[in-house]
Design a protein around this ligand. Structure first.
Ligand code: HGY
Ligand code: MN
Ligand code: MN
Length: 397
């Protein structure tokens, strides 16, 4: 199957027929169907399938040497209501690039691998890039095992239910030692690229913080204002301060997920949990932004007789991709733009353990993490050609 056939086969999986967005959460039926698609495509090419200890999938074009290989690929899971390209474009393009190499008679001197990293969006268990964080040792197995989805199921339970021993998860130096470098192809998630293909220079610092406001549940119609301990009030202050603090500090803040208990129209909530996504060009301004939001939330909570707890769920410092690999990719592609991104990626997590780089494919609207995310077929095919050229240079040269 060529790129367009693979793309068409994957496109309907996990897509909301109404809103058009994707709901491919790790180890839920749509994502499991994507995993099966990955295994089918790998087997159709006689690639050796590897399931690592952390729930990640790999498909290897072995070459008989035990030299560290060139890994590409990306992820198959999505944010709630996400776009079609974020993740899957890198995986489909990887299979298509291997097809091109084979059509052209390439004979790699080192293995070429395709990865489908698990839970990159963190949409089910709350920590982004969970699979690559476990592989690289960026999260402890104990913490990962205890992560819970919105139904209260732990990561350990879900892994075990799908054939992976939760007691075996964690940093995998054996596998890391078999990867010479990683080149992840990904749709660019802003409007910074105005040619079909670019190369990543860096990922800006970004993190996720959980705010838990606890008040007192009560009746909406019989509780006087002065008697209320309504957690929704300080939450409202937090939201407005998040935007103001971002503007003051030149950062970005987003609150896209809120859980209200009991979430009834006529009940004053007893608790409100909100997640703050914070990002920016420098660690200190991101940290200052979060501290200012926390201070405002605390002051407002005190005013309303509510408590507030803050927990940092994940944080990734600035990632500077391997400069030699970055420049080699740019040279191989004849001098394409080199640009930073505000989006996190598995290549950013693994950069702490091995040389990594990213190829970006143009996003004409700049929309991502939403159903309208798009890329033209021509640009996607240009991405496949670029990836094939890079794999030829890195694995066959
Ligand atoms: O959130 C991100 O930046 C990435 O898409 N996981
Ligand atoms: Mn994403
Ligand atoms: Mn992604």
């Amino acid at each position: 199957m060529g790129f367009e056939d693979m793309w068409a086969a994957l496109l309907p999986v996990g897509r909301d027929p109404g809103a058009g967005g994707y709901h491919r959460f790790a180890w839920t039926p749509p994502e499991l169907e994507c995993r099966d698609w990955f295994l089918d495509e790998a087997r159709a090419r006689d690639l050796r399938v590897e399931r690592d200890r952390n729930g990640n999938l790999f498909a290897w074009w072995d070459t008989g040497t035990d030299e560290p290989g060139v890994l590409t690929g990306s992820h198959l899971d999505s944010v709630p209501g996400g776009g079609a390209y974020d993740g899957p474009l890198g995986v489909v393009s990887a299979f298509a690039a291997i097809d091109l190499l084979r059509e052209r008679g390439a004979r790699p001197r080192r293995p070429i691998g395709i990865a489908a990293f698990a839970e990159e969006e963190g949409a089910r268990f709350g920590v982004a890039c969970l699979g690559s964080r476990l592989l690289s040792g960026a999260i402890t197995p104990e913490r990962a095992r205890g992560l819970r989805d919105r139904d209260g199921r732990t990561f350990a339970e879900v892994l075990a239910a799908h054939g992976t021993d939760p007691e075996g998860i964690g940093r995998d130096d054996g596998l890391l030692g078999r990867i010479g470098c990683l080149v992840e192809l990904h749709i660019e998630q802003g409007r910074a690229l105005d040619v079909p293909v670019g190369v990543a220079s860096a990922i800006v610092p970004h993190g996720r913080w959980r705010f838990e406001f606890t008040g007192e549940g009560n009746h909406a119609g019989t509780t006087r204002l002065e008697d209320r301990r309504d957690p929704m009030q300080p939450f409202a202050h937090m939201i407005l301060e998040a935007r103001r603090a971002a503007a003051r500090n030149g950062t970005l803040t987003t609150v896209g997920k809120v859980q209200v208990t009991p979430n009834g129209v006529n009940a004053i909530p007893s608790a409100v949990t909100a997640w703050l996504d914070g990002r920016g060009p420098a660690d200190d301004t991101v940290r200052r932004t979060v501290a200012e939001v926390h201070a405002a939330a605390r002051d407002a909570a005190r005013e309303h007789g509510v408590s507030v707890e803050l927990a940092e769920e994940s944080y990734t410092e600035v990632v500077g991709f391997d400069t030699a690999l970055r420049d080699r990719l740019a040279a191989t592609l004849g001098g394409v733009p080199v640009l930073p991104t505000g989006a996190g990626h598995d290549a950013g997590i693994l950069a702490s353990r091995l040389p990594t780089a990213m190829l970006f494919v143009r996003n004409p609207t700049g929309v991502s993490h939403a159903p309208a995310e798009s890329a033209t077929t021509d640009d996607c095919l240009a991405g496949v050609e670029a990836l094939a050229a890079v794999l030829t240079d890195l694995a066959c040269g």
